[in-house]
Design a protein around this ligand. Structure first.
Ligand SMILES: Nc1ncnc2c1ncn2[C@@H]1O[C@H](COP(=O)(O)OP(=O)(O)OP(=O)(O)O)[C@@H](O)[C@H]1O
Length: 558
């Protein structure tokens, strides 16, 4: 009986396996390595050049940019007797009687003490360009056994005979160069009352200070280079003061400026004035200085009773040309702090005493912020304290005091023996700041862009949603952007010009980004359509061949 063989399978499936690959012989080391780039047609495929790679010299450590330290400068004021204080450059040509007559009500005990110290001696000696020795007066040496101390590591020590130009060249010029190249920075002057902060920052017509010298450099550099056509400069100037201890207030010192308010770290209502030349800027600053809160005290016949902040901002004019290139706006901030005062020393009373408390409090908070930053950098487990919240000045300067933006400090001191305690306190407190490092400096443009991002987010969220539902809706029309009310209004308003230029630039940058994404989207859609067409054709062909024989529901597979 014949065994029934099973019916032949109508469809056979052939599984083709790749033939076994023979392992290649390991190339002997004596054979010279083949060239990496050989002609694939005329020669064999070259062996993987493992030997060559192993023999390559890899640098052990990659060069990493060393973090920048906070630059701390020290300037010693010339020894000026009380008679001489009050006028820029006047050294001892005013009678003590006339000063005493005008000084705010004095504490009689202070008067007597000051008479004793008439023949002041110098308590500070410059060792070299980076260090000084502070020696206590003989009575403190004997009584409290205080020893001389050496303070070193300053970026530069300016001796009493240093000129404004010298200070500028070493300290401010690099900051201004950076500013012209689009990097933001801040310079703050700290020191006891009468030590020369205002003299250093603003100077006088005969000895112009850092601000006028900076403006001269800015306009000198930009005038010849033709960049005046491509960028504009703006100045804003304001002060933070306290009126009879009633809390901190802010006043815009530019012409017609009014009271200001702070929201988070930005100031509402601050005017920015477009400046086209040095003379205009200087006159604006001079007008601001006349409005600044000053008073006669025992330490200084024209003592600043407020913290004064000047911002010089540069912004590109032609937004069109800057789209997608570089947002090289920058701000140079110069801060003249009111000088800390010891009540015992100044003999301040009444309103002056209340002002003193405010001034000392701000100086203390400023110092605490920097100390906390230093401690946090030394030991990251130590949190960065939020001391900045305790004064308007530190709230405004938060980014600088948290090491996010570059800054420099100038400590001004008086060299007299009677100034020993003030000088010692300042040096002890501020000399460690030179160990602060700037690791993660954010440029202002980034910060502002981030802030603007938050502000303009809802509008862009809406655009994105529209984009996915309607592909045409996301095509960005630059004309449409120009017509956006905010951009138009803000760019035209000098008061808000800072925010506005960024706003419009940001809008444009995002417009470009959206247009790019839209193009990618269209390409992807085209690709998906083509793929689908191929699959459809393939399916139809398969169906035509197999429809009769195999009841396979290809449709379910595809
Ligand atoms: N380097 C200097 N050369 C010549 N005069 C100076 C110098 N530094 C300061 N002075 C003079 O000393 C006096 C006090 O200086 P200034 O008003 O700048 O002190 P300050 O630190 O700003 O004081 P305050 O904190 O009270 O405002 C002024 O008359 C000023 O002209």
């Amino acid at each position: 009986m014949e065994t029934q063989s099973s019916p032949p399978c109508p469809y056979t499936v052939t599984v083709r396996r790749n033939p076994h690959r023979k392992a290649r012989a390991t190339p002997s080391t004596s054979v010279p390595p083949r060239p990496l780039l050989s002609n694939p047609i005329t020669s064999e495929i070259p062996a993987f050049p493992i030997q060559e790679i192993l023999a390559m010299q890899v640098p052990q450590t990659l060069p990493t940019p060393s973090p920048e330290n906070l630059r701390v400068f020290l300037r010693i004021r010339p020894l000026i007797t009380l008679q001489g204080s009050g006028k820029c450059g006047s050294r001892g040509n005013q009678s003590s009687k006339s000063v005493a007559k005008n000084v705010w009500p004095q504490n009689p005990s202070t008067k007597i003490k000051r008479k004793k110290n008439k023949n002041s001696e110098i308590c500070i000696a410059v060792n070299n360009t980076q260090s000084v020795t502070l020696s206590p007066p003989s009575h403190l040496k004997d009584l409290k056994r205080i020893k001389s101390e050496v303070y070193e590591g300053f970026s530069h020590v300016f001796s009493a005979d240093s000129s404004q130009e010298e200070v500028y060249e070493r300290m401010v010029k690099p900051l201004v160069e950076d500013f012209i190249n689009g990097k933001s920075g801040m310079l703050a002057a700290l020191g006891p009352s009468g030590s020369g902060k205002t003299h250093t920052v603003f100077g006088c017509p005969r000895e112009p200070g850092m601000v006028p010298l900076a403006l001269q450099q800015i306009f000198k550099r930009t005038e010849g280079s033709g960049s005046e056509a491509t960028r504009s400069f703006y100045i804003s100037i304001f002060e933070i003061y306290s009126e009879r201890g009633k809390g901190e207030r802010m006043l815009d010192l530019s012409p017609g400026g009014a009271d200001l308010f702070m929201q988070q770290s930005s100031i509402k209502g601050l005017q920015e004035v477009v400046i086209s030349d040095v003379a205009q800027a200087e006159s604006l600053i001079a007008q601001g200085m006349l409005k600044r809160c000053t008073a006669m005290t025992n330490s200084n016949s024209q003592s600043s009773r407020s913290q004064c902040i000047i911002n010089i901002r540069s912004a590109p004019n032609n937004l069109e040309s800057d789209v997608g290139v570089q947002l090289n706006s920058a701000v140079l901030t110069i801060v003249d702090l009111a000088g800390a005062e010891r009540e015992k020393r100044t003999g301040n009373q009444g309103a002056r005493l209340l002002e003193s408390n405010f001034i000392n409090n701000t100086s203390m908070v400023f110092g605490l912020c920097l100390r906390s930053l230093l401690e946090h950098q030394r030991n990251p487990k130590k949190p960065l304290q939020k001391h900045f919240q305790n004064s308007l000045l530190t709230r405004y300067l938060r980014d600088y005091l948290e090491g996010k933006k570059r800054m420099a400090l100038i400590l001004t001191i008086k060299p007299g023996e009677e100034d020993y305690l003030d000088t010692s306190f300042l040096l002890k407190q501020a000399s460690p700041y030179m160990k602060i490092k700037f690791n993660n400096v954010e440029e202002l443009s980034d910060l502002v862009a981030n802030k603007r991002h938050v502000r303009t987010l809802p509008r862009f969220e809406q655009r994105k949603r529209m984009k996915f539902s309607n592909p045409d809706a996301c095509v960005v029309n630059p004309e449409e952007l120009k017509e956006t009310g905010t951009v138009k209004a803000l760019v035209q308003s000098p008061r808000n010009s800072k925010l506005d230029v960024y706003d419009s630039t940001f809008l444009k940058l995002n417009g470009v980004e959206l247009a790019k994404r839209e193009r990618n989207n269209q390409i992807m859609q085209g690709f998906a359509k083509a793929l689908w067409d191929v699959l459809k054709q393939y399916k139809e062909k398969l169906e035509a061949i197999l429809a009769v024989n195999i009841p396979i529901h290809l449709t379910t597979l595809l």
